[in-house]
Design a protein around this ligand. Structure first.
Ligand SMILES: [Zn+2]
Length: 123
């Protein structure tokens, strides 16, 4: 639910950028305004689209790649509450906080470096 809200917020926020840039670009192209203004309106659209795509993918990863997902996807590597790495079989799992205000932690295998799953910082 929290992730769905984040996605809606992201879509509205980036959508405003993309739409604003698009409307302005179309106005310039139809002869209403200076051509130089495309130097501003086009990057607006591109940045809005880039942020939307990268953030959307990240939220989707947090949403799906959680502890329950790991246990279900790799049942052999999640027996009796002890996790092991799906890639190398190592049975140590380390946690690091992700930066960039994501408020999520990454659980990874210190042996091969693979990401196992994500968890929110609180709870
Ligand atoms: Zn590993």
């Amino acid at each position: 639910m929290k992730y769905t809200l984040q996605k809606i917020f992201l879509a509205v926020f980036c959508g405003a950028f993309i739409l604003g840039g698009l409307v302005y670009s179309l106005r310039v192209l139809s002869g209403d305004g200076r051509l130089d203004d495309l130097m501003i309106s086009v990057p607006f659209m591109v940045i809005g689209l880039l942020v939307l795509v990268t953030q959307w993918r990240q939220i989707s990863r947090f949403q799906t790649m959680n502890y329950q997902w790991y246990c279900k996807t790799y049942p052999k590597h999640a027996q009796s509450g002890r996790l092991s790495c799906f890639a190398c079989g190592g049975n140590r799992v380390q946690v690091r906080a992700l930066m960039n205000r994501t408020f999520h932690r990454e659980h990874f295998c210190p042996q091969c470096g693979k990401t196992l799953y994500f968890s929110p910082e609180q709870g």
